[in-house]
Ligand binder design. Structure first.
Ligand code: PLP
Length: 380
């Protein structure tokens, strides 16, 4: 059997990784400023993380959610404390799409309403919201698969206000849009959503799958707006590569046996990985590191004359050019051995490194970026 080929692949086979570095099968070293779609939060193969997972694997790796798993409680307590949401409850699952699907279910059970507001250029995973591959981008464009979704422009308060009514059951927004090209909702826009959801009896869901876990310089990107969503979805950086995800659920929802469920969600190994990540985030003060490194990096990038705009918070950064930047990305990878990311908006290069990437590693990237953009300028 062969694999069902849905991904365009680089001809690179990583066999080893440490911190912000990867090595391929030929021994070539790469600097990782992408972390496999923002997944690597504490660095590849962090020794504490390895130790925690190894130790757990020797004890017990899996049993179903029909028995007590105290690690789930430890994880919920630590996440509640570190994220500033101790009063919320945690439902554990396995991926970002699954976390969002569970959030949709909770919201529609709670309100009895099906209509959803989402935003242009958003990406919430392969959910019922949903997505369709576009031929050229090989990424995804939202389509209204269920017929219940209204897509609105980001940050346009008047448009939102006129679309919002008693029929809307939920509004979902990314803390910072990732795949769509690092677009940041303004604090005022998030506050407007919060107020309109309260007024119309709708649930506010913030998808922090990519922007969460310290990447933005705060634990969650929406915390820059001083609001509290009803549901927050998390994944990616939560497990640093181990598939684990969750929904943080406000006290307005009451748990009832059977309303949600999963076989693998909250398994011992996933919990051990997620606890290790939180321990490292706390010990190494990673949100603060992300904020400082991100500010310095964005400042340096803005000096480059070929760069049209730099958007971002912490280490979730989009570099925008006046032209499609796939050549720049390819040169960074194949000439300088540096991984960066693309976006559905072809002029945007995405930078999503581990939160503890070093100053030296960022300097290596900046030097390569200078060379690549300089040669691009000379060609054009
Ligand atoms: N939500 C956001 C904001 C994402 O960026 C992604 C993945 O890129 C998802 C949800 C889906 O996560 P997963 O691929 O784990 O299902």
């Amino acid at each position: 059997m062969k694999t069902f080929e849905v991904y365009p692949l680089f001809d690179i086979e990583p066999v080893k990784a440490l911190g912000s570095n990867l090595w391929d099968v030929n021994g070539q070293q790469y600097l990782d400023l992408y972390g496999g779609h923002a997944v690597i939060s504490i660095g590849h193969s962090h020794p504490y993380y390895i130790q925690k997972i190894e130790q757990q694997l020797r004890q017990i790796g899996f049993y179903s959610n029909s028995v007590k798993i105290p690690l789930q409680e430890e994880l919920a307590n630590k996440l509640g404390e570190q994220s500033g949401y101790p009063e919320y409850e945690l439902f554990l699952c396995n991926s970002g799409a699954e976390a969002n699907e569970n959030a949709f279910k909770l919201a529609s059970f709670h309100t009895g309403k099906k209509k959803i507001i989402a935003f242009n250029n958003s990406f919430h995973g392969r959910t019922s919201l949903a997505v369709e591959a576009t031929d050229d981008a090989k990424i995804c464009a939202p389509v209204n698969q269920t017929g219940n979704v209204i897509f609105l422009p980001l940050n346009e308060e008047a448009v939102l206000e006129s679309a919002m009514n008693e029929e809307i059951g939920m509004v979902i927004i990314e803390g910072i849009q990732g795949v769509g090209g690092v677009n940041i909702p303004t604090p005022g826009f998030l506050q407007k959503i919060r107020n309109l959801c309260n007024a119309c009896g709708a649930i506010m869901i913030v998808d922090e799958v990519q922007s969460g876990y310290g990447r933005s310089g705060k634990f969650f990107a929406h915390q820059y707006a001083n609001i509290k969503p009803d549901l927050i979805t998390v994944a990616k950086g939560m497990g640093n590569g181990f598939p684990v995800a969750g929904v943080l659920i406000s006290p307005k929802f009451k748990a009832k046996h059977g309303i949600l469920g999963t076989t693998f969600g909250g398994n011992y190994l996933a919990c051990a990985a997620a606890i290790a990540v939180l321990d490292v985030i706390k010990k190494e003060n990673l949100p603060e590191q992300a904020k400082q490194s991100g500010n310095e990096l964005m400042h340096a990038l803005k000096q480059n004359p070929l760069v049209k705009e730099v958007r971002g918070k912490g280490l979730m950064i989009g570099i925008e050019f006046d032209f499609p930047c796939h050549e720049i990305r390819k040169k960074l990878l194949f000439e300088h051995h540096i991984f960066t990311g693309s976006a559905s908006h072809k002029n945007t290069l995405r930078i999503l490194p581990a939160l503890n990437i070093t100053q030296r590693e960022l300097a290596i990237f900046l030097e390569a970026f200078e060379k690549v953009t300089h040669s691009q300028k000379t060609i054009s």
